[in-house]
Design a binder for this molecule. Sequence first.
Ligand SMILES: *[C@@H]1O[C@H](CO)[C@@H](O)[C@H](O)[C@H]1NC(C)=O
Ligand SMILES: *[C@@H]1O[C@H](CO)[C@@H](O)[C@H](O)[C@H]1NC(C)=O
Ligand SMILES: *[C@@H]1O[C@H](CO)[C@@H](O)[C@H](O)[C@H]1NC(C)=O
Length: 412
Amino acid sequence: MKIGCSVFFGGLVILLAHGQYAQTTNEKVDKMIQGIQKFSLNLLHKVILYREEKMQHVNEMISPFSVWTMLLMLYHGAKGKTFEQLRDVMGITVEEAELKKFYEDTRELRDADSSELEIRSWQKLYHSKNYLINSDYNNVTYEYDMGPDRKDFEQQVGYINDDIRAATNDYIHATIQKNSISGARMLLVSAIYFMAKWKHPFNEKLTREEPFYNETSPYRQIAKVSMMMQIAKFAYVDEIKGLNARVLELPYGTEDTLAMLVMLPNRGSSVKQVVNNLMKLGLLSILDSFTNRDAENDVEVKIPKLNTYSAYILPKFLYQIGLEDVVTSNKANLEGMTKGPDSIKMSLSHSLHFSRIIMDEMGTPGATPKPARSNKTGVIEFHMNKPFIYLVVQKELKLILFAGAVRNRDRK
Ligand SMILES: *[C@@H]1O[C@H](CO)[C@@H](O)[C@H](O)[C@H]1NC(C)=O
Ligand SMILES: *[C@@H]1O[C@H](CO)[C@@H](O)[C@H](O)[C@H]1NC(C)=O
Ligand SMILES: *[C@@H]1O[C@H](CO)[C@@H](O)[C@H](O)[C@H]1NC(C)=O
């Protein structure tokens, strides 16, 4: 790997050639980051599969990193097999002090507010008033700003909805219903809002209503979308062995540290297949192919504007990625958190994830869109006019901040 300079990201020293995918200098942390990548793609896979099976052709997004962060609350209270499963599935390789430091170092990925980037992320643990929380657990988690907060779920659901709204700057209006959490032992919530400015903005005047097609029947229109368009130099890779999709990097901001990787399934392939391939290949093989590619190409990018809100009930997905015990009432061992009444042990009975992403033409302050070009000689077309996948990646830490699919079926 080419080493250009070293920078600090929080407290982690990162080696990188500017704007490249890099490695940290701490082997254990690197290993953990790989674990988090695996966790992230596994979770994405289960979520995408679920919608496909239900034939829900909706846009969706999760924030794997925010779910991972939320799970730290369980990790710190878990014992025995429950603990082992969490450590394994979350890819945690370090001990308490270093984990805490990693949490601090990645704070900017949960909370950013600049002219280029807005991230509001929030995690919180509420528990039924029937449980008494151990004071040492309280002390450890106090430093993570996530609770725990004692609630009478039946009576106080309104407060929880208000909390979410306030913490996400009014972008996420959760409407958790009383009956959906009645009898809850615990409610673990993560909510995240994301909006960033492109390094290469789109020209609003070029945005048009255009058709969006069925992924398996390429000439069958399933929706009309507001399609943004531009031609500029972008990093692009079309030959990643085993992925069956072309990948384009759309950088955010001026610093080149955050980018959206869009994956457009090849003709005959599908979102489901590509997510499957992605899980097997891992994020690093995608990032490596970007590091090793030749040069940036002139690419004509067409991508629909997006304003996606997604809500997930997490426990079944967590079960599917291997966190079986913590979501199972008679298996969970959260004795580090609470001993509780003997009859009903604490478990992750309820957990919700809310996310919202807004994607429009806007670039960083001062960046102006390139003028339209009539000469398209040598220009590669990358038209996202059928279902595709995207990952928002922090390039230095190689963490997946967001992952989603755009399917754009018109609502009937
Ligand atoms: C928790 O913190 C409080 C206040 O800092 C301290 O008095 C108490 O001893 C701590 N409890 C444990 C179990 O560490
Ligand atoms: C796409 O076409 C296939 C069959 O050609 C059909 O089964 C499927 O439901 C269509 N998808 C959408 C989103 O309309
Ligand atoms: C089109 O643009 C390319 C690259 O900018 C240039 O090399 C080529 O000469 C242009 N062709 C015409 C016909 O203008």
